[in-house]
Design a binder for this molecule. Structure first.
Ligand code: CP3
Length: 352
């Protein structure tokens, strides 16, 4: 059915589909030898993600190797920051680094509203090229970081274990943090609209570190801004399915289900059946398979895919991992994940 819209897009919209679509968070990256080879030639992450030829080539690497049902833009949640006036780098084996963390009112007031056309035209170019290349064989996915998670990086200045700096701000100077979160919500919504206009057919918002908040604080610092982004994007692009991902989300699942997104992406600390029971019927689910399983045997991987698909039966479902694929994962096991994913409905003798 090469003339119909991509399977993942139709599934995400809640249409009845012939099989469960499959893609993987972080499907382009270090576990692939072609990526590591390219990284040796282009050691700067900023260059790999901001040079449109490189970003396009890397986005296509997993599609060429495994034909997933979704092709995600190779970029980072931090990529829009320079366009708002915040410089960053990604340091090998350390992760993101913000040289001048944002901690004062004057710094927040100096931030620019994001104008993606001006400051990140490479993203639009790559999304357009991806759409042209994959046609209806896969859906092109865009993504952003949610305000809380972006704030965690810019306030802490780097990846954090305990989020002490941003929590000090949250619990001493909440108004300051709310100003920053507001800024991000507006700019991130603008950025998502830009991605959709450029070719993204399904978009995912990563609030990766919102699971670090108690539910009561999630309601104050994460949920309102997730909702604001969804509301702004849905106002202009109501037909683009939106997915929300949080790591460590088991304590806030019901809350994720009331943000206005179409699909909730589960991590692996919740059973798929329990996760489904805790979300309204009209919402779809994604994810849930422990990325660590891809260090296991092919049989173990297949077993868990079957388990997830069985338990999600009866609702819209996109097969994925519960977080990004881990560096060091054997590529053959990634292949098992994709291949099993594409045949799992036959294995268990049911449609999606
Ligand atoms: O899914 C994909 O294939 C698209 C690529 C993608 C990257 N980052 C590429 C990347 C996506 C969707 C992201 C999102 C992202 N970036 C998130 C949300 C997803 C999640 O994991 O929760 C977060 C929190 C970030 C911030 C960030 N960028 C981290 C924590 C790191 C990893 C640091 C490390 O060394 O492990 C990065 C760097 C990064 N972004 C890499 C990749 C492939 C690794 C660096 C490299 O390849 O050189």
């Amino acid at each position: 059915m090469s003339d119909s819209l991509p399977l993942l897009l139709r599934a995400a919209r809640g249409e009845l589909v012939e099989r469960t679509p499959v893609w993987m968070m972080r499907q382009a990256g270090r576990y692939m030898k072609v990526y590591r080879d390219l990284r040796d030639r282009y050691p700067s992450f900023r260059e790999r993600s901001e040079n449109p030829d490189l970003s396009y080539e890397i986005s296509m690497q997993p599609f060429e190797a495994f034909q997933p049902d979704g092709v995600i833009l190779f970029s980072d949640i931090l990529t829009p920051l320079p366009g708002m006036g915040i410089d960053f780098d990604i340091v090998e084996s350390k992760g993101p680094l913000i040289q001048e963390p944002i901690r004062s009112l004057s710094q927040i007031e100096a931030l620019h509203p994001l104008e993606p056309n001006e400051t990140m035209p490479f993203v639009g170019e790559v999304l357009g090229r991806l759409r042209e290349s994959v046609g209806n064989k896969a859906a092109v996915l865009g993504f952003v970081g949610a305000p809380w998670t972006l704030a965690a990086y810019v306030v802490e200045g780097k990846s954090s274990k305990n989020y002490a700096v941003i929590k000090a701000m949250a619990f001493q100077q909440p108004d300051l943090l709310h100003r920053l979160l507001n800024h991000f919500a507006e700019s991130i919504a603008t950025y998502l609209r830009y991605q959709i206009d450029a070719g993204a057919q399904v978009v995912q918002m990563f609030d990766s570190w919102a699971g670090q908040l108690s539910p009561i604080d999630y309601d104050t610092f994460a949920a309102p801004y997730q909702k604001r982004v969804v509301e702004l994007v849905k106002a202009t692009h109501p037909d683009t399915p939106m997915i929300l991902y949080i790591s460590g989300s088991a304590g806030v699942l019901e809350r994720m289900g009331s943000t206005g997104v179409d699909i909730v992406s589960l991590d692996w600390t919740v059973d798929m059946a329990d996760g489904c029971a805790r979300l309204p019927k009209h919402l779809g689910v994604q994810g849930n398979v422990d990325p660590g399983l891809l260090f296991g045997t092919p049989e173990a991987i297949r077993e868990r895919i079957v388990d997830a698909v069985r338990k999600a039966k009866g609702r819209r479902h996109i097969l994925n991992l519960g977080h990004g694929i881990l560096p060091g994962t054997p590529e053959d096991n990634a292949r098992v994940f994709f291949e099993t994913g594409k045949t799992v409905n036959d294995l268990i003798g049911s449609a999606a």
